[in-house]
Design a protein around this ligand. Structure first.
Ligand code: ZN
Ligand code: ZN
Ligand code: ZN
Length: 267
C-alpha cells in the first residue's frame, strides 16, 4: 500500500509564465518552467485528497485526468490557494455527494466569506452549486487512510502546513512559509518526503528564499525534499543542478510513490 503524490501546481501566486513577462523562464521551452499555482493531490487505492484549490484547479483536474476526490484540505486563504474552489461541484456529481473541506478556523472564516453561497444542501431553483461540509480543524484528523496533523508556520497571515501519515510512509507539505518553530521542525523529522516553500534566490518578507529553505530542510532531514511555490526568477534545470540530489525543485506533473518512489525529481 502506497500513496501517490502528484504535484498539480508548483508556482507562486502569479504562476509561470507571468502575464506580460518576456523573461527567459517565462518564455522557456522547458515544460518544467511552466507552473500553475501550488497544490498537491494525494491518492491511495481508497482515498483521494487535494491540498488547496488554486485558480488553476479546473485545468489541473483536467490535465491530470483526476476523477475522484474525497476531500479538500486548505493551507490558508491567500487567493492563489483557494479561488478555484467553486469547481469542486463537478466532484459532487462524480462522487455522488457532499465533499468535506478542512481548514483552520481563521482560514475557514475567510473561505466561507468569499464562497458565502456554498452550503451543504442543494440550491433552490436548480442552480449548480458546490455541496460542501466545512470542517474546522484544531487537532489531527483522518480522511480515509490518511492522517493529517496541522502545523502552524509563519507566513505573515495564518498558514497551516500538514504532516500526512499513511500506514508505511509520511510526508510534510508547507507551500508558503517564512519562518518555522523548532517544535514544528521536530514534528516534521523522519519523514519520507518534505515539500517546502522555495520562492526565489532573493529574500522575500513572506517566503523562504532558496538558501533559507535548504537550511530548514537540512534540519528536518527528510529522506527526500522538494521545493515548491517557485517564481520566474528560477530556471528549473539551473536550480536542479545547483542543489544536492536529495533536495530538488518540484515541477508540475511530478508524480512520486511513497514509500517506494522510483521517480527522480528531475528527468
Ligand atoms: Zn501562495
Ligand atoms: Zn518572467
Ligand atoms: Zn500565501
Amino acid at each position: 500500500m502506497s500513496v501517490e503524490v502528484l504535484f498539480a501546481g508548483t508556482g507562486t501566486s502569479v504562476g509561470i509564465p507571468m502575464i506580460g513577462c518576456r523573461c527567459s523562464v517565462c518564455t522557456s521551452s522547458d515544460p518544467r518552467n511552466t507552473r500553475c499555482r501550488s497544490s498537491v493531490y494525494l491518492s491511495t487505492p481508497t482515498t483521494a485528497v487535494i491540498i488547496d484549490t488554486p485558480p488553476d484547479f479546473r485545468q489541473q483536474m483536467l490535465r491530470y485526468k483526476i476523477e475522484r476526490l474525497n476531500a479538500v484540505v486548505f493551507t490558508h486563504a491567500h487567493a492563489d490557494h483557494f479561488l478555484g474552489f467553486d469547481d469542486i461541484r463537478r466532484f459532487n456529481t462524480l462522487m455522488g455527494g457532499v465533499i468535506p473541506a478542512y481548514a483552520d478556523p481563521v482560514t475557514m472564516l475567510e473561505i466561507r466569506r468569499v464562497f458565502h453561497y456554498i452550503q451543504e444542501i442543494p440550491a433552490e431553483k436548480g442552480l449548480y452549486r458546490p455541496l460542501v461540509d466545512f470542517r474546522e480543524i484544531t487537532a489531527p484528523f483522518t480522511i480515509g487512510d490518511l492522517k493529517f496533523t496541522p502545523v502552524e508556520v509563519e507566513h505573515g497571515k495564518r498558514m497551516t502546513g500538514y504532516r500526512i501519515d499513511h500506514a508505511e510512509c509520511s510526508m510534510g507539505y508547507v507551500p508558503d512559509c517564512c519562518g518555522i518553530s523548532q517544535q514544528a521542525i521536530e514534528l516534521f523529522q523522519g519523514m519520507d518526503l518534505m515539500v517546502l516553500d522555495g520562492l526565489r534566490y532573493r529574500p522575500h518578507p513572506q517566503h523562504f528564499d532558496i538558501v533559507a529553505s535548504v537550511e530548514v530542510l537540512r534540519m528536518i532531514r527528510a529522506r527526500r525534499s522538494l521545493l515548491t511555490h517557485i517564481c520566474h526568477d528560477i530556471d528549473h534545470a539551473t536550480l536542479a543542478g545547483e542543489l544536492p540530489a536529495d533536495i530538488q525543485p518540484a515541477y508540475d506533473g511530478l508524480r512520486l510513490q511513497l514509500p517506494d518512489d522510483s521517480a527522480e525529481p528531475s528527468p
